[in-house]
Design a protein around this ligand. Structure first.
Ligand code: MLT
Length: 312
């Protein structure tokens, strides 16, 4: 509408429920982080935070929703590393992928795992690489669209193995995982928040974790380096955003509630079960988040450009 947001009476904020947009399907890793954070933040704010899933196009559909929302503190975005990669991956977006947002704070950094349907013909990362090199585009690699963490992980894998696969996009990795469990796709690189329980129940095969060290909830899963692919490393940081122009008093109050949420014992325990942990308190602030985001965007640009042939 272009109407300037009415000046927010920050001392009354929040005076009504808040919407937190998750730019991926319900039940996936981003949604898991968002719902835990929203519940704990809502308690501190004394208001309900309603999580709404707006999936599609690697998270850019949901990000656009928030970039174009009224900057009044009642529409937030919980998103991840896709905020660093969209400016490089997308030449034209209907919103400014950098200037369209105020940062509130970082939330968590989540490791990834390379998993396969349970009868995939390999049991180690080296064997999986051999199958990828043999079968190439005959293999279906599932992801959540261009710009998703699962897309970026696949790009790193195909670059490291120097072999393309057929990528199959979904509105999030919850539906992608359903297809993997049904054996209708072959491989998926997804965050431990969505794979730990499937791995430990034997419902999927796992070849590596994409972290320098093994993870306590997955003690028997080798790192990519142990599996012979040291460059196949990625962790997925998550942050909280508001539309550009949201008053500083509002983003500061939200950052305060986020820091309280990241100390919540229930959230911390659930994060630990799923292979992750909250960021340090000083990283859950608008300035630290913006600095991290700017550096991370610069870090990924050359990596994505060097792997261009695997980016679509
Ligand atoms: C992704 O980027 O792959 C997303 O995290 C998937 C999701 O959260 O559903």
């Amino acid at each position: 509408t272009g109407l300037a947001a009415a000046p927010v009476a920050a001392q009354q904020y929040p005076a009504r429920p808040i919407t937190m947009i998750v730019p991926f399907a319900a039940g996936g890793p981003t949604d898991t982080v968002a719902r835990l954070a929203a519940e704990a933040m809502g308690r501190d704010l004394g208001q309900t935070i309603v999580v709404e899933n707006a999936g599609g196009a690697g998270g850019t559909i949901g990000a656009q929703r928030v970039a174009q929302a009224r900057p009044d503190g009642y529409t937030l975005l919980l998103h991840h590393i896709g905020m660093s990669t969209a400016p490089t991956l997308y030449r034209r977006l209907a919103y400014d992928p950098v200037g369209g947002f105020e940062t509130v704070g970082l939330v968590t950094e989540v490791p990834m795992t390379l998993v396969a349907r349970k009868d995939f013909p390999a049991n180690t990362l080296a064997e999986a690489i051999a199958v990828i090199r043999r079968d190439k585009e005959k293999l279906n690699y599932a992801n959540a669209g261009i710009g998703a963490a699962s897309h970026l992980c696949g790009l790193l894998l195909m670059k490291a193995v120097d072999t393309p696969m057929t990528t199959v996009p979904f509105r999030g990795t919850a539906p992608a995982m359903q297809e993997l469990l049904a054996g209708r796709v072959d491989l998926l690189c997804d965050q431990t928040t969505n794979t730990t329980e499937q791995i430990n129940s034997g419902a999927v095969k796992v070849f590596s974790v994409t972290t320098p060290q093994r993870l306590s909830p997955l003690p028997n899963v080798p790192t990519s380096a142990e599996g012979g692919l040291p460059e196949f490393q990625i962790t997925v940081w998550h942050g909280l955003y508001a539309p550009k122009g949201t008053p500083a008093a509002v983003t500061q109050r939200l950052s305060q509630a986020l820091q309280v949420a990241l100390r919540d014992p229930k959230l911390v325990a659930r994060f630990a079960e799923l292979g992750t942990a909250p960021v340090a308190q000083e990283m859950a602030t608008p300035d630290a988040h913006r600095r991290f985001w700017q550096a991370d965007t610069a870090k990924w640009r050359p990596i994505i450009q060097a792997a261009g042939q695997y980016a679509d």
